[in-house]
Design a protein around this ligand. Structure first.
Ligand SMILES: [Zn+2]
Length: 265
């Protein structure tokens, strides 16, 4: 089944059969651009798997099981009359790039959402604290950047829950936003997320920055695809993200000029 989702006048092709949506993440091999849906088979993770033994993840109280992730900002999260966009950053925190992203956001007084990898959060807790301390939202992106759609419930619960617990141990509040690596969920993964109180968040704007297509191309893709209530996918980790940083520096002023307000998901 293929569903076409309109967002702010831009049509994003989302393949929901098998619940794999537009695939993007650091480590993904180059794919042809255009509207062709991403292959259902994700590439190897940039991070070794094998999550360490974990106690039962704590998470939050259960929520309703989603049948699909959020592709756009919920209307309730948009201030009345505002033209809104949500910036999101995956695969960090990264000691080289996360501080650069934070600097740019700070300069423009913009808040974003960071979907951090549990292992990275464990290794760089001060960066997680910096993200939250500057008013950004921190969600999770599994413990070791694994495709949770291919896991049985127990393993998915460990992958997701350990990242949630790591962030909670670092920040105090338990995070409640989750993004699946490769944008790949399954009915089982949705159930696991719901049981841990995690809202699944995808995106409708993917400049494929993980593929290092050049900062100009990242910038132009964002500016062409973005619309009211868009969720923009960026990466602040998982590889050389200097193009992402440069593109962000260039496209943010344009979005500001267009009158966007920057909101959470
Ligand atoms: Zn990722």
């Amino acid at each position: 089944m293929t569903q076409q989702l309109w967002s702010g006048g831009r049509r994003a092709l989302l393949t929901l059969g098998g619940l794999t949506v537009v695939s993007a993440c650091a480590g993904t091999p180059p794919k042809p651009t255009g509207s062709a849906p991403a292959p259902a088979t994700p590439p190897p993770s940039p991070v070794p798997s094998v999550p360490p033994p974990s106690p039962t993840p704590a998470g939050l109280p259960p929520i309703a099981v989603q049948s699909k992730p959020l592709y756009v900002v919920p209307a309730a999260a948009v201030p009345k009359g505002a033209k809104a966009v949500a910036l999101t950053f995956d695969d960090g925190p990264d000691p080289a790039y996360t501080p650069q992203v934070l600097h740019i956001l700070r300069k423009h007084h913009i808040k974003a959402t960071f979907f951090v990898i549990g292992q990275q959060a464990h290794d760089f807790p001060d960066l997680v604290k910096s993200i939250a301390g500057e008013g950004h939202a921190v969600g999770t992106h599994t413990w070791s950047h694994q495709d949770v759609s291919r896991m049985p419930a127990g393993r998915a619960r460990t992958e997701i829950g350990r990242a949630v617990d790591t962030v909670a141990a670092t920040l105090g509040p338990i995070p409640h936003l989750f993004r699946a690596p490769y944008g790949s969920w399954s009915p089982t993964a949705f159930k696991v997320c719901a049981a841990l109180g995690q809202t699944s968040v995808a995106w409708d704007v993917d400049p494929r920055d993980w593929d290092n297509p050049g900062s100009d191309r990242i910038r132009s893709r964002v500016l062409h695809q973005v619309g009211h209530r868009s969720i923009v996918l960026n990466h602040d980790g998982g590889g050389d993200r200097s193009q992402t940083v440069r593109a962000l520096r260039n496209y943010l002023p344009v979005l500001i000029d267009r009158g966007y307000r920057f909101v959470g998901v």
